[in-house]
Design a protein around this ligand. Structure first.
Ligand code: AMP
Ligand code: MG
Length: 344
């Protein structure tokens, strides 16, 4: 009889532990910082807030390491070393730089050079977003165009990278943020986090869903309004959403806008009607490279490319507020501002 009572008491205790374990709700832990030239915010849901804060710091540390290796503005980054040695020597890079550059070249081929990691010389010439921003002379642009051939990025020799011509410069500004978001997601997963929103300057990755059976709603920036004003929402679970827009970094001269997404064929900011290109995918590195590439390709070629890729969708907006959706996103995207119209 005594044994029976002890067993019953034990059972009740176990049930209580399970019950309180279930009822304790995850709380949101958030932190933000400034890196990669932009505002970064990470929100995670966890039972242990203290540990959660530490995990986010670990993510920021990882982003900082990525920046130190891939920024053109840091003198001893892998990218700077490659650029300084252009036409001279090959440079041994860290494995993550090797990975990002390899992906960048894959997307250069997939977009027929619309996405081009060898764009560095032109980016520097325009200096958009820096104190040196200016409209270069057409001569200077034609000159710079001779140095943007991505076929001359030689990666045949393991982690050794060589630019074949002096004066060439690589730039990973169109892809590195996406890689950073994937790395943050990886760190969060490794730490048991299943629900999170990673926002690296508008490069968004959502983990899990908002509630069971309720997806996250991610706002798409209204390209005509200040940051944080949305033109629509897309419902997603475990996906990334990356937008390239003409409103992100630009200057105006004589009433004309010069933005930071350059067409490697013309040497000028891409101008084909599209002013915002959003890619939805599983991996942020893919979405980031494609957002830039599709922006440059324009509506027809860009849409054809995305329709041909498995698990990748796009939302394109042109300067007439017309919205174009790839076939797999139509039932998950809604316009919230009736200035915009979906064109079927
Ligand atoms: P994003 O905001 O992802 O579209 O990336 C734009 C950044 O990528 C620019 O600030 C440049 O550093 C770089 N970039 C500009 N044009 C291109 C291009 N056609 N291909 C690859 N990177 C580019
Ligand atoms: Mg990009």
């Amino acid at each position: 009889m005594k044994r029976y009572k002890a067993k019953a008491a034990m059972l009740i205790l176990i049930l209580m532990i399970i019950f309180t374990g279930c009822s304790k709700k995850d709380e949101m832990v958030t932190d933000s910082t400034y890196m990669l030239g932009t505002y970064l915010q990470i929100n995670i849901w966890t039972q242990d807030a203290e540990k959660g804060k530490e995990i986010i710091q670990q993510c920021f540390q990882r982003i900082s390491d990525i920046e130190k290796r891939m920024s053109v503005n840091i003198e001893d980054s892998d990218v700077s070393k490659i650029n300084i040695n252009a036409g001279k020597a090959s440079v041994q890079v860290e494995s993550d730089t090797d990975y990002v550059l390899t992906k960048a070249l894959e997307y250069a081929r997939a977009t027929d050079g619309a996405f081009n990691p060898a764009i560095g010389k032109l980016v520097a010439l325009w200096g958009i977003g820096t104190e040196k921003e200016n409209v270069p002379s057409d001569n200077a642009i034609q000159e710079a165009l001779q140095y943007v051939d991505y076929h001359k990025i030689d990666m045949k020799d393991g982690r050794n990278v060589r630019l074949e011509a002096e004066g060439m410069r690589i730039d990973l500004g169109g892809i590195a943020k996406g890689y950073a978001a994937d790395e943050v997601a990886k760190i969060l997963s490794e730490n048991g986090i299943k629900k999170a929103i990673i926002n690296l300057g508008g490069n968004v990755l959502v983990m899990g869903s908002k509630e069971e059976n309720t997806p996250w709603k991610v706002g798409i920036q209204n390209p005509f309004e200040p940051t944080g004003t949305y033109m629509g929402v897309v419902e997603l679970t475990d996906k990334t959403v990356v937008t390239s827009g003409n409103y992100e970094r630009y200057f105006e001269k004589n009433g004309k806008r010069y933005h930071h997404i350059l067409d490697p064929k013309s040497g000028y900011p891409a101008e084909n009607g599209i002013i915002s290109s959003t890619i939805i995918a599983d991996k942020s590195i893919d979405a980031d490279a494609l957002s830039t590439g599709v922006y440059v390709l324009g509506l027809e070629k860009g849409m054809a490319l995305i329709e041909g890729l498995q698990g990748v969708e796009c939302i394109l907006i042109n300067d007439k507020s017309e919205v174009f959706l790839s076939s797999g996103i139509k039932d998950r995207f809604k316009i919230t501002n009736d200035q915009f119209k979906v064109v079927e």
